[in-house]
Write a protein that binds this ligand. Structure first.
Ligand SMILES: O=C[C@H](O)COP(=O)(O)O
Length: 249
């Protein structure tokens, strides 16, 4: 039985002092031992959030990292900066990074490999546009994203990875994929992992759904067989996140 993992992606929101206030507001609400709870926060908020979350079940994650160790890469954050700050999870290849910051399947793969090298768990994002869905190429597109993201990743590493399926048309739009649509793709991703590795790896890897998850739809989505939790944007910045994490209560 895979343990659910529910992560908030704060995106570019919350100053350090606002971030601490939000952790303090949410910490009593997100207690649920059945779930791994992660707050992925802007880089400048990582250390204050880590302090504020001490002694709770909340893990603090990053929203991005670079694939080099150190050097002349102005504005980037290195993997050992994250691990030194106590970070365990890092989102890689979010569609907003791909769209606005020119990330590709190849840079995603480099980041995934670098994350594993440093003992970080990548939350690897994939998802189709509305046009791709309408063209009927959703699964072809996602299989390509997954196959490239996992190049040279070992089965043992893949077992620890988290994949976030986020249809781009459902992000921040209030338009959630139906639980059947989300399940169909998450199952397709698991089948793709089984083809690349084996069924043990496919059964171990955790696959989240993301895209307008809220307190009203979380329970139905997370009840699906191949959906092991969520990557939550807007609703992770509100008290509602506590209801999402406690979807099973
Ligand atoms: O990473 C989270 C996703 O982009 C979903 O964002 P959303 O919940 O605001 O639609």
């Amino acid at each position: 039985m895979r343990k659910k993992i529910i992560a908030g992606n704060w995106k570019m929101n919350k100053t350090p002092s606002e971030a601490v206030a939000l952790v303090n507001e949410l910490k009593p609400l997100v207690a649920n031992e059945d779930v791994d709870v992660v707050f992925c926060v802007p880089a400048i908020d990582i250390i204050p959030c880590m302090e504020a979350a001490k002694g709770t079940n909340i893990s603090i994650g990053a929203e991005n990292m670079y694939f080099e160790e150190s050097g002349a890469y102005t504005g980037e954050i290195a993997p050992n900066m994250l691990t030194d700050a106590g970070v365990k999870y890092v989102i890689i290849g979010h569609s907003e990074r791909r769209e606005y910051f020119a990330e590709t399947d190849e840079t995603v793969n480099k980041k995934v490999l670098k994350a594993f090298e440093h003992g970080l768990t990548p939350i690897i994002c994939c998802g189709e546009t509305l046009t791709q869905r309408e063209q009927g190429i959703t699964m072809d597109w996602i299989r390509q994203q997954i196959k490239i993201a996992f190049l040279n990743v070992t089965a043992d590493q893949a077992k620890e990875a988290v994949i976030a399926y986020e249809p781009i048309w459902a992000i921040g739009t209030g338009k959630t994929a139906t639980s059947q649509q989300a399940e169909e793709v998450c199952k397709g991703i698991r089948d793709c992992i089984a083809e690349i590795y084996d069924s043990d790896t496919a059964q171990a890897i955790r696959i989240q759904y993301g895209g307008s998850v809220n307190a009203g739809n979380a329970a139905e989505l997370f009840a699906m067989e191949d959906i092991d939790g969520g990557l939550v944007g807007g609703a992770s910045l509100k008290a509602d996140f506590g209801k999402i994490v406690n979807y099973n209560k």
